[in-house]
Design a protein around this ligand. Sequence first.
Ligand code: CA
Length: 678
Amino acid sequence: MKKSVLSFLLAAMLLVLSACGGTSGTATDPAGTDPGQPGTEAASTEKEERPVKKIEGNSLYVRKVENMPADFILGMDASAVPALEASGVKYYNFKGEEQDVFQTLAECGVSMIRVRVWNDPFDAEGHGFGGGNCTADTAAEIGKRAAQYGLSLLVDFHYSDFWADPGKQMEPRAWKGLKFPEKIDALYRFTKESLEKLNAAGVKVGMVQIGNETNGAMAGAHAWEDICEYMKAGSRAVREVCPEALVAVHFANPEKADSYRGYADYLKFYGVDYDVFGSSYYPYWHGTLENLASVLNGITAAYGKKVAVLETSYAYTPDDTDFSGNTIGEGTSGITKNYPFTQQGQVNSLTDVVDTAVNKMTDCIGVFYWEGTWISVGTDSWEANHTLWEKYGSGWASSYAAVYDPDDAGKYYGGCAVDNQAFFDASGRPLESLQVFNLMRFGNEVPLKADAPEDVTLMFDLNGEIEMPEKIFAVMNDGSRQEVDVTWQLTDEDIARMKSGGVAVYDVKGEAAGMEAKAQVSMIEYNFLQNYSFEEGDAGWTVTDLAKADELRVENKATDSMTGPCHYHFWSAAKNSVEFTLEQEVKDLPAGKYKFAISIMGGDAGDTDIYAYVKIGGEIADTAPMKITSYGNWDTGRIGGIEVEEGQTVSAGIYVKCAGAGNGAWGKIDDALLNTEP
Ligand code: CA
């Protein structure tokens, strides 16, 4: 019940807001309908029904998002489009014809366009900083084009001359030297004049964002009181110029516990007037969807605000297409990869976000994708692309940004870092996945098939057989997992090389469901000893101190260890006070031929008697002499060919006796190994 009331309200709201700035009266305007009072039957019967028909013929699986209101916003950030087109980029439709990208987006079910606005992303000579050189003018150009296809605009004010995000909230250069009240006024006037420009251009402004990812900073301000003064000034300008538009605030990192409640508390305390609490949600970094829903529902419950996902995206390929590295790729560290980097993965990721927004959040009005139109400028070399990025601002940053942001953009300027997360390929052809915006309203059932084999990690004993699996798991197009047949490219020569190559890791390729399968194979030395490197203290080991040494214990000091942080340490000041055995007993060994090894280093030892030994049934079976020389020179005692019968008990260890050279004999013991021999 609550849901349907909400959708009446939303329907009314969107109808009203679509009239903002609509003085030019585009053909696709919902033509003068009176929305009536919010929540009344009139509103529901006259709500804008986007004429949506299911797109046929798509080969990707799309789960239907149940209960999606007709006016649920499916948004797309398209800020860089004018700069890309100036750089020579052409966008096509599914028939291969060149077509206005905003028409293609609208045809695929996108209902609102997001544009960022920077105050002054140019240097004194007029060179653009890049990232689309986005200003109120580019927003007007985009908004006008979008309006032709019934698309309204979310205007995303960064209140900076270039990128603003949680790590960067620099104030515009024009504010330098202003007193704080003057800065507030500057922000107010900038917002007002920008929106007036959009209104005059006939842009349909549906929503306005006061700041971008303002996690505790905005336009150079770091105190919440100041941030809120800025937000209030921006909001006031929106209410005056676009009274029907929604006012949104925008934050990132929903995964940080309680941070959103804290932000919303400040906004309430300082009296910020806004409608929508927006969040970024990048599945790679931003926690689970359950958590996102939970924190945003907390905002709705406590403050009565609508919520929205203002940024999300997912990679459709691990590959870069413009010679400028991407944020996300195969092997990117520190990310969560819940979906394959395929078009199907991109579709499933976005569908899951929208499904959560519609069905798990109390009052979510929409989800925006970032920035699905930002693709390669399309030449075949970095140099040629670089020329275009510099000239038209079509990369993430140009070298000219150094005058404003010398430490980041000014150093690491380049192309697009999200071309592999777009909905168009490098040549501007729309991907099948773009139709997800339409298809998630209907669902698209296709036969179940594998989308991507899962990488496997395998371990084999150097003395054993290498038996590669005949089946591995694949992620299916509907997101489920199933076993599929796999064949590995592994010759007898490869196997012999791996078995004789000692402890090492190999990448093995294969084929599964017509796709490349990958296995990481670790060749390891099995060890019948536990705690072979003393990392778990002296667990498993027995020390017998025959001469009362001053120090005889496990020590945690990586620089003195052979592997890992720990080793077994001894030291004793008096002469002839070092004599001990350190051994481990292993019961019920399988029958076979065994080898044992253990290592030592030390110094000031004088005359020594040191040896590795193996006892079978309590009797010494074999020994290997060892010696102490100097720091860092490990000596390994090795015993081979130890015949063990089924069920016998073996003890393996080291005997150490040092006369001492006067300064106190000392030493380190590490890395014991008991294993069968081939
Ligand atoms: Ca790139």
